[in-house]
Structure formats: structure tokens, C-alpha cells
Design a protein around this ligand. Structure first.
Ligand code: SAM
Length: 209
């Protein structure tokens, strides 16, 4: 059994809904013009720079926006990279309905990062704009992201320091089978933005007990 199998087993059945559904205030905070400005000019700009610096191109690739909310980030991704296929999902049906209204050529779905409905090794890139801190089983979510990425595929995610320390988040990312290529801190270290890459080799097996 690899690290991710045992992680999923440990976290299975825990958590439930927890903080995954946004409260009324957070829903409003997420779906307004100020949030869109920050997402476009801060978060997405950081991700674009991280990719450019490493000469990583996503044009014509298969891209996932996990926890897409109202789909604004998805729209930025589509307009920037013109991917061949985009899958975007969110746990809250009301968010997915907002995203579907954007009229994008995107497969918008209700879904759960703890069990992504997607074949293994299909995505060139996964974007996660501030979602893991809502998920008690965030290590399982990272394992799921690693599963759907192609070997060498990239994960771009940003999170506030909430629910985990940076050390825990980085250890969880690595044990899911991804290398951290770059970390950028923002908002006085309260947020980190990561560029990660799924390893080409399978993660090390645990030695038999
Ligand atoms: C802070 S909002 C960010 C939304 C969007 N990524 C954005 O940047 O506007 C967090 C989102 O994560 C979604 N979410 C929470 N838990 C999730 C899960 N297990 N799977 C998928 N989405 C989840 C929530 O419904 C919410 O839309």
C-alpha cells in the first residue's frame, strides 16, 4: 500500500461537510468584484509567472480547476491558455450554477476534491485557488490531485495558513507524490502560492512492517 492509500484509509469517513460549504458571508466575500480583482491581479498573476519562469506551457493541455467556485478563475485559465479541455468542479451546487452561466466551453460539475471523478493521469495541470483550507481531509485531496495529474503534470495552488502549518502542507504535498518547485509568500506570510510537479516515478512504497 502506498502513502496515499494509507492516507485515504486513515481519513476515510472523517470530516463530513465540516467547513466545506461556504457560509453566507464567505459566499458573498468570494463572489464580488474585489475578490475577482485579487484573483486576477495577484493570485493568477503569480501562477502565470511561476509557469513562465520554468518555461511550462499549458496551451492545448487538459486543465482542471478544483473547487472552482463561481468559475472566475476558470475563465482566466481558459482565456490565457486556450486548453483543449477544461474540467472544473465545486462542492457547492450553487457555485457550479454560477460558473455554468459564464457560457464557457468547460465541463462544470458538482464534485469533491476528496474523491475526484476523473480517470487517473489525465490532467496536464490542476489549479486550486484557496480550497484546501476548507477540507479537513486535505491530505486525501492532495493525493487525489496527484492521482489525476499526468506524471510531470503541475499543480498550482494557494492557501491561507489555516487548518495546517506550512510544514504540514508541504510534507502532505510531497508524500502525495509531488515535488514543490516554487513557493511564493504573500499578504505578510498569511498566504502561500505553490507550483508543484507530479513525480515521474511512483512515490516510494512503505517498507513492510
Ligand atoms: C474560498 S472558496 C474559493 C472558490 C474559488 N476557487 C475562487 O477562488 O473563487 C472555496 C471553494 O471551495 C469549495 N470546496 C470546499 N470543499 C470542497 C471540496 N471538498 N471539493 C470541492 N470544492 C470544495 C467551496 O464550495 C468553495 O466554492
Amino acid at each position: 500500500m502506498d502513502m496515499c492509500d494509507s492516507q485515504k484509509q486513515m481519513e476515510a469517513g472523517g470530516g463530513g461537510d465540516g467547513d466545506m460549504r461556504l457560509g453566507r458571508l464567505e459566499f458573498l466575500a468570494m463572489n464580488n468584484p474585489l475578490r475577482r480583482l485579487v484573483q486576477k491581479h495577484v493570485e493568477f498573476r503569480i501562477f502565470k509567472n511561476q509557469l513562465q519562469k520554468r518555461d511550462i506551457h499549458l496551451e492545448d493541455g487538459v486543465i482542471m480547476d478544483a473547487g472552482c467556485g463561481s468559475g472566475y478563475g476558470t475563465e482566466l485559465i481558459v482565456n490565457e491558455y486556450h486548453p483543449s479541455h477544461v474540467i472544473a468542479f465545486d462542492y457547492m451546487p450553487e457555485q457550479v450554477r454560477l460558473a455554468q452561466r459564464r457560457g464557457l466551453n468547460v465541463e462544470f460539475l458538482v464534485g469533491d476534491l476528496r474523491g475526484i471523478e476523473c480517470e487517473s493521469s489525465t490532467c496536464d495541470a490542476v489549479f486550486i485557488f484557496g480550497v484546501l483550507h476548507h477540507i479537513a481531509e486535505w491530505k486525501t485531496a492532495l493525493c487525489e490531485v496527484a492521482r489525476v495529474l499526468k506524471p510531470g503534470g503541475v499543480l498550482l495552488f494557494d492557501e491561507p495558513r489555516y487548518l495546517f502549518t506550512w510544514g504540514q502542507l508541504e510534507a502532505g504535498t510531497k508524500s502525495a507524490g509531488m515535488d514543490i518547485l516554487e513557493v511564493q509568500t504573500l499578504f505578510f506570510h498569511y498566504f502561500h502560492a505553490y507550483l508543484c510537479q507530479k513525480r515521474f516515478k511512483a512515490p516510494a512504497q512503505r517498507p513492510p512492517a
